[in-house]
Ligand binder design. Sequence first.
Ligand SMILES: *[C@@H]1O[C@H](CO)[C@@H](O)[C@H](O)[C@H]1NC(C)=O
Ligand SMILES: *[C@@H]1O[C@H](CO)[C@@H](O)[C@H](O)[C@H]1NC(C)=O
Ligand SMILES: *[C@@H]1O[C@H](CO)[C@@H](O)[C@H](O)[C@H]1NC(C)=O
Ligand SMILES: *[C@@H]1O[C@H](CO)[C@@H](O)[C@H](O)[C@H]1NC(C)=O
Length: 419
Amino acid sequence: MSLKFGVLILFCSTTYVQSLDNGLALTPPMGWMHWQRFRCLTDCVAYPDECISEKLFRTMADHLVCDGYLEAGYEYIIIDDCWASKQRDNDSRLQPDPERFPNGIKALADYIHDKGLKFGIYGDYGTKTCAGYPGSIDHLELDAQTFAEWGVDYLKLDGCYADQSTMEEGYAKMGHYLNSTGRPIVYSCSWPAYQEPLGIKSNYTKLAETCNLWRNWDDIDDAWSNVTNILNWFSKNQDRLAKFSGPGHWNDPDMLIIGNFGLSYEQSKAQMAIWAIMAAPLIMSVDLRSIEPQFKNILLNKDIISINQDPLGIQGRLVLTKNKIDIWTKPVTPNVDGSDSYAIGFLSNRVDGYPYRLNFTLSELNLTHDSGYAIRDLFDLSAEPTVTNIDEIVFIRIKPSGGTLLLAVPNPLNNVSKI
Ligand SMILES: *[C@@H]1O[C@H](CO)[C@@H](O)[C@H](O)[C@H]1NC(C)=O
Ligand SMILES: *[C@@H]1O[C@H](CO)[C@@H](O)[C@H](O)[C@H]1NC(C)=O
Ligand SMILES: *[C@@H]1O[C@H](CO)[C@@H](O)[C@H](O)[C@H]1NC(C)=O
Ligand SMILES: *[C@@H]1O[C@H](CO)[C@@H](O)[C@H](O)[C@H]1NC(C)=O
């Protein structure tokens, strides 16, 4: 039965990708990770409320639950680098820093699970993590077992201090050990982020078979230029990459930096809009204790999250740049009379001060439904949907270096008179 189904899919769809079968990450993972906002801050004497410690993760777990993030879908709380002791224990097992995690990782995972959240941790495929903590290369099986015993639900395996040419095989070996533990663990790989910047085109067939998600490119820092650099790279490579994204296996352009120091409100809307279009993992990295309400509202926008989490799982693409404004589209549900709906994301590279009036037609964006579409702005639901045919000029006003997200739902064929 299942074999027949598999064969059917192979014949019907040219974009079918053989993928890791652990039943996880059927939509892009959503959660919170400490790196972009808290980095490797380990001085708990000087910075008791910000240092990488069990206290920080307990506090953030409380906020994820109490402030509505879990309800919106952000379910993983993920420790990044700098949690470990510099030494393995006498049985060669990884152990947390005893001062900063006095109750151990298992107790922290239990606390997080009791809140209804899932727990993620960081390791490194090489001899050391990027910040110099113990790497896993000589202990892959033991580390997989340790993570499973601690109750880990998500592993980010980085690739510092390793030979990139051995990564494809080595990450697959770790995937095998994770599977052997019997515990379902989302597996986030990093090997393209070590190959692609060297000009090596990673094997995405192998990635989709091995990992639930993978970091393709450089780390994000807290700046608008980082958002636009990353999007330039992804759009340049979209024909090569996009087909490998889908339920269970995702390209990862890195964390959301919304709510921190580097992005304005309009730039934050743009990051959220285009990350949603790209079916990117939505991993926040922000201090949830002090985030301003306007940024929180962006992160909790249910309509935009549902574009990101759409069950079709299609990675959207840059389809047109017009008057220095990038327009991205992603096919989403619902399908009406045989036509998909489309999310349409805008990112302005203009800096000329005023909200620019951009004119466009849906047919310019390759939307083809005969009886047109009803369009809504997902950042402004108070406005009535505009019903338009595909060759009618519609316009939108976009603020400098900002962005927004529209949803175009096909107008039912029996409803043409509305146009
Ligand atoms: C680990 O081994 C060292 C050296 O043999 C020993 O001094 C230490 O007490 C051991 N630690 C534990 C927790 O067993
Ligand atoms: C291990 O792999 C098998 C075969 O792909 C899969 O059916 C199973 O769900 C996996 N188990 C875990 C815990 O990932
Ligand atoms: C990429 O990986 C797939 C699956 O493991 C393999 O069949 C294929 O030969 C690899 N391609 C290259 C160019 O190495
Ligand atoms: C992010 O910006 C910093 C500072 O300009 C730069 O060093 C880094 O390479 C950028 N990374 C990306 C991915 O753009």
